[in-house]
Design a protein. Structure first.
Length: 334
């Protein structure tokens, strides 16, 4: 699985480990997605931080302020728009953020949505999905059981399945975030982004088209990219820890891996403590309430695994803000 460069931009494809074709995702697909999503999502701001002279410049891409509270609305909306009404209903399986994005995108396009989640999903995300008007199916058991139930529903109802990351249209939609980074910070040299299934990181790599380095980060408890890079192919990885509802993909996507493998040196992995410390620091210093997945990117700045040059311009992707309100109350009183 290799990436190739074309005059139209990055084009990724090839063959998966079982010999099936991996769909191409081109930069032109990301640009088309940006035009399609215009006026349907928020153009989220960048917060530039003031640092000491002689240190790297740092900016936060505040995707936590996006519609649905995370970047997921980009890919979900792009996928539904490309379906162009061929399906009357939509279905998705999710740990939370993807389900909420599909629910909101479906409501905006007047489509019926059925969202399947494992019973371990956070209560506040279940409430948000229900409030968005979707039919919520909470499945006893692990994520795999919820995915199986969702697949059965799709087959029985001819619904459109919106995969959280293994879909070229979803990856192209997520990549529009990368285009915004280039517009807002054209001198960017490094972009730090958290990885679960890999759709966001892959979309950003395609959008940047070699113009900046992407630094991938994930929890040690959910090392889907690290395990895949070690094995040379997507493989099953452990799923656990405080960021599992957002980054707990049991295996990284084939399409995303075909993009990330030739583009990312390695995956920075973080302890639970490092993630929690970063989450609380973002609140205490900037009054940014973010979920653990989003805090991972900020934590990389303190990691010994990555070195930065004084002339670097670093954009830290704050990918989601769907945090438990009780956690926020605890931070505010600390």
């Amino acid at each position: 699985m290799t990436g190739t460069s074309e005059s139209m931009g990055v084009c990724v494809g090839g063959r998966s480990q079982d010999g099936t074709h991996i769909p191409n995702v081109r930069r032109t697909d990301v640009v088309s997605a940006a035009n399609r999503l215009n006026h349907r999502i928020r153009h989220t701001p960048i917060l530039r931080l003031v640092g000491a002279e002689g240190t790297p410049r740092v900016a936060l891409k505040l995707e936590s302020l996006q519609v649905s509270g995370s970047f997921k609305i980009r890919g979900a909306t792009n996928r539904l728009l490309l379906d162009n009404g061929r399906h009357a209903g939509v279905a998705a399986v999710s740990g939370g953020n993807h389900g909420l994005a599909v629910a909101l995108a479906s409501r905006n396009l007047r489509l019926k949505a059925d969202i399947f989640l494992p019973s371990c999903s956070p209560d506040h995300k279940l409430r948000q999905i229900r409030a968005a008007g979707a039919n919520l199916h909470v499945v006893d058991g692990p994520f795999a059981e919820a995915a199986s139930r969702c697949a059965d529903f799709v087959a029985a109802n001819d619904a459109l399945l919106v995969h959280p990351f293994e879909d070229p249209a979803v990856i192209a939609g997520q990549g529009t975030l990368g285009l915004e980074i280039l517009e807002q910070s054209p001198d960017v040299t490094k972009v730090i982004v958290a990885v679960g299934g890999g759709g966001l990181a892959a979309g950003i790599v395609i959008a940047l088209d070699g113009g900046a380095e992407v630094i991938a980060v994930e929890p040690k408890a959910c090392p889907s990219l690290a395990e895949a890079l070690r094995a040379g192919m997507p493989v099953a990885a452990p799923v656990g820890g405080i960021a599992a509802d957002s980054l707990g993909a049991p295996v990284i996507g084939e399409v995303a891996f075909s993009v990330l493998a030739p583009s990312v040196r390695h995956a920075v992995t973080l302890s639970e403590k490092a993630i929690l410390d970063a989450q609380q620091q973002l609140w205490q210093e900037f009054r940014l309430a973010v979920e653990p997945a989003a805090a991972c990117s900020w934590a990389v700045l303190e990691s010994t695994e990555v070195s930065f040059a004084a002339d670097d311009c670093i954009v830290v992707v704050i990918c989601g803000g769907n945090v438990n309100p009780q956690e926020m109350a605890a931070w505010a009183s600390s």
